[in-house]
Design a protein around this ligand. Sequence first.
Ligand SMILES: CC(C)(COP(=O)(O)OP(=O)(O)OC[C@H]1O[C@@H](n2cnc3c(N)ncnc32)[C@H](O)[C@@H]1OP(=O)(O)O)[C@@H](O)C(=O)NCCC(=O)NCCS
Length: 243
Amino acid sequence: MATRSGGDAGFRPAWSLAPPATVTARGTQRAVPNVPFGQSRASPGYAPPVASHSPGAGGRPPDVRLRRLRTDELSACELYAIRALLAAAFGTDEDERFTDDDWEHAVGGMHVVLDRGGEIVAHAAVVERRLEVDGRPLRTGYVEAVATAPTHQRTGLGTRLMRDVASYLADHFPLGALGTGSHGFYERLGWLTWRGPSSVRTATGERRTPDEDGYIMVLPTPTSPPLDLSSPISCEWRAGDVW
Ligand SMILES: CC(C)(COP(=O)(O)OP(=O)(O)OC[C@H]1O[C@@H](n2cnc3c(N)ncnc32)[C@H](O)[C@@H]1OP(=O)(O)O)[C@@H](O)C(=O)NCCC(=O)NCCS
């Protein structure tokens, strides 16, 4: 099964690169250089990153900055940092770990990034897919690679991130969707669990994906058609997890 990046040994876009081999799941925030791309630590104006929970000037915690950036607007350093953050957040368990395919699914669209004191602490991506609901094609903002750095979880960053994702989806797509086992986190934010049967559309026809039933969530937007959550839903095929 070919992956999107397979077969071309020549060109390697920055987002196809794995984090440095020295980056470990829990040590990523320290191991990844937090230097803006094009600068060195000796560059004038470069300020070293603030440690995760260190107070900023005057004892206040450093402000959290939210940015929306397309993949090609992220620097190589930022892409490394995001990928390392995802590796750390999803952990090393074989079923949960963040794979190369997962990364391929997360690039090519819009990223919402939160950073605090110069350190990227939360991330989500929205890529365009074509879902079919009861046979009707719907241009969908599909949310991938949602994570908060382990040291910053349960401090509201994921909520802030997903509120902005919802606003982006509302402005650009007739439907938002994602696949998850963390329904509680998304339900609080208006996401709905799809109850109908799921499938994938392949070159040889539609195939049921029964293991995904109940794991797909959708976010209606102002331009959504009426949705029957118990109707069939399908996605186009892709390498790795199709949903
Ligand atoms: C899921 C995740 C992104 C949440 O980010 P976060 O910054 O910790 O979220 P918040 O602090 O905004 O959480 C707010 C509330 O959401 C709920 N919540 C948080 N994480 C949750 C989870 N994993 N499952 C279910 N509910 C969750 C809780 O009610 C929490 O409130 P509380 O802390 O008062 O109990 C984060 O736990 C994470 O990165 N997990 C690992 C990667 C992952 O599973 N990503 C999502 C896969 S689709």
